[in-house]
Design a protein around this ligand. Structure first.
Ligand code: OAD
Length: 268
């Protein structure tokens, strides 16, 4: 079904009347903060094939056999997040929470919704701002300054001024890469979703009456099923994206940083 297009007044009215609004976000919402998306041209998976870099086994193999490439990948992922700040889209989403009951569900691992002021964000793919112990439990929270320190150490390995073997020592206190084995609390391909956020997100999706789907290609399951579950439970689905969606009731075409502040203006 072709979605109705660019009716900001209508969507603003639906937001005003919503009993429970969900904003479900993907990489596109952070693109204007300088964090590359995954599947657009020049996206992360163009430069680093997901078979090698998106799953634990592939990453371990790359670290062992191609350490320089491994460090390049870590820098490509971490550096933009370490220096990022919320953009007008994150701020508009935080503002929505003051207008009606709003739950933010994100696939992003950059912590920018919380930094913009959104509360109780469901991070279904985890976050780089937490470290997990061997059992996947939160071992430690990190700040963006901590991430910048990690990036500095990775640059030292990358430019040859520190051997890779000294990295665990340089990151001591932030993430223990040796024993006990810790890692960033992010979900890779083939791994279980981050809990309890995923359980809450599924309940929220079935409870909402309006879902704004912002900046996601909707290709990675199970997260991509959330809009369908919301629709089956009776919700209206509104997509904000420069690219026409496969399935939606309405489409607000454009960049999230332009469209969402306009939507908030319509609510005033
Ligand atoms: P993708 O890179 O697959 O899709 C990004 C979406 O954002 C596309 O629909 C773009 O058109 C849109 N977009 C680009 N710039 C935008 C902007 N300024 N404003 C609004 N939309 C914009 O990213 P995701 O769908 O988030 O998971 O990817 C889902 C998952 O795949 C990620 O969480 C990650 C990845 O593999 C794991 O690694 C487990």
């Amino acid at each position: 079904m072709t979605p109705r297009k660019d009716d900001h007044d209508c969507v603003a009215q639906q937001v005003r009347a919503a009993r429970h609004l969900i904003v479900f976000t993907g990489a596109g919402v952070s693109a204007e903060s300088g964090i590359p998306t995954f599947r657009d041209t020049s996206g992360l998976w163009e430069r680093f094939p997901p078979e090698e870099f998106a799953c634990w086994n592939g990453l371990v193999k790359t670290a062992l056999f191609h350490p320089a490439r491994f460090v390049e990948f870590l820098l490509a992922v971490l550096e933009p997040i370490a220096v990022a700040a919320p953009n007008p889209a994150h701020c508009a989403i935080a503002e929505l929470q003051h207008r009606c009951r709003t739950t933010v569900i994100t696939q992003n691992v950059d912590g920018l919704h919380q930094e913009a002021g959104s509360k109780s964000v469901r991070e279904v793919h985890g976050t780089f701002l937490q470290v997990a112990d061997g059992k996947g439990r939160v071992a430690r929270n990190l700040t963006r300054d901590d991430l910048r320190h990690v990036v500095e150490q990775l640059h030292r390995v990358h430019d040859g001024s520190m051997p890779l073997l000294r990295l665990p020592g340089a990151l001591k206190g932030l993430v223990n890469l040796l024993r006990p084995m810790e890692r960033p609390r992010v979900v890779l391909f083939g791994e279980a979703m981050a809990e309890p956020d995923w359980t809450f997100a599924q309940d929220d999706a079935r409870d909402c009456d309006l879902m704004l789907v912002v900046g996601t290609a909707g290709l990675v399951y199970p997260a991509a099923a959330l809009p369908r579950w919301a629709k089956q439970a009776g919700a209206e689905i509104v997509v904000v994206d420069p690219v026409e969606p496969f399935a939606a009731d309405q489409w607000l075409e454009g960049r999230a940083g332009d469209v969402l502040p306009r939507l908030v203006d319509h609510l005033r």
